[in-house]
Design a protein around this ligand. Structure first.
Ligand code: ZN
Length: 287
């Protein structure tokens, strides 16, 4: 891993922040407990994500004039294509999160899964994903090589540092930026409550959640650093939490923070760390 990369941000920004969402929708319930296939109420919890959460979040992002990244299960895209087209049409990024929120333990099976998922998004939005967040965080030894082979430019999985770094293969850096995440910036640490697997019993107010995020942002501002998020529209999409999130976004903008999609941050860091060929093309969309 190449940790000591140049983290100079575009002027006049002091740090970078990625508003990343994970659209698991129904797959959050289907993959963790097959019984839920016959439990319409639990599936409806996932459906809240696309019916209300995402549209409410998109309206707020539009009003705040910021762009975000949506790690989306491709099954969700197939059964709710209009929502996914709307996300892409608004200039946000669609990124990889499995088909049914699954990960395979061999290169060949995972390669076939990624090919299938990329094709679904290509057909739906006109472009393929360039970043990967592994469902439930499972990563195997072959993954970095697979991403390199498939042309991925970033991953958002590792946690050993809170700063971006470059992945390596055979002892040499490859053009794949790690954009680390942590539970501190995962909304389900604060807003998810269910007595059924996956059990979560922690409820905080939106104000409490955002206060923790603002404190972390203050620290990263001193470090000149980076902050990435893991937000689930089926939970944070409720009106009170979206209101709190809007307040946090305004706080970030008021403090000189570059609010950008994961792909924009990845391309910026690649360009100034030995891979200028991956700099953002003009009017880049998802590319
Ligand atoms: Zn997920």
């Amino acid at each position: 891993m190449k940790y000591d990369i140049d983290l100079t941000w575009p002027r006049p920004y002091r740090m970078a922040l990625c508003l990343s969402f994970d659209i698991d929708a129904e797959t959050l319930w289907l993959t963790r407990n097959p019984v839920n296939e016959h439990h319409p109420v639990h599936l409806s919890r996932g459906r809240y994500s696309v019916k209300q959460g995402v549209p409410r979040i998109l309206r707020m992002l539009e009003e705040e004039q910021v762009k975000a990244t949506f790690f989306t299960t491709a099954y969700t895209a197939e059964i709710h294509p209009d929502v996914i087209r709307c996300i892409a049409a608004n200039g946000h990024e669609i990124s990889y999160h499995g088909y049914l929120h699954e990960v395979y333990d061999t290169y060949e099976k995972e390669n076939a899964l990624m090919e299938k998922v990329e094709g679904i998004f290509q057909n739906l939005t006109g472009t393929r994903p360039f970043g990967q967040r592994s469902p439930d965080g499972y990563i195997y030894d072959f993954h970095v090589r697979l991403w390199r082979d498939r042309g991925y430019l970033y991953s958002s999985n590792w946690r050993q540092t809170d700063q971006p770094f470059l992945h390596e293969l055979d002892g040499r850096p490859v053009p794949i930026v790690e954009l680390p995440k942590d539970n501190i910036t995962d909304d389900t640490s604060y807003d998810m409550y269910t007595i059924q697997h996956p059990e979560h019993y922690y409820l905080k107010t939106g104000r409490e959640m955002v206060r923790i995020w603002e404190e972390e942002l203050d620290g990263q501002l001193e470090a000149g650093g980076f902050l990435n998020f893991v937000m689930h529209p089926q939970f944070i999409g409720r009106p009170g939490y979206v209101r709190a999130l809007r307040g946090f976004i305004r706080y970030a903008k008021d403090h000189g923070v570059w609010v950008a999609r994961d792909i924009d941050v990845a391309r910026h860091l690649l360009a100034q760390n030995g891979f200028p060929e991956f700099a953002s093309p003009a009017g880049n969309g998802n590319r």
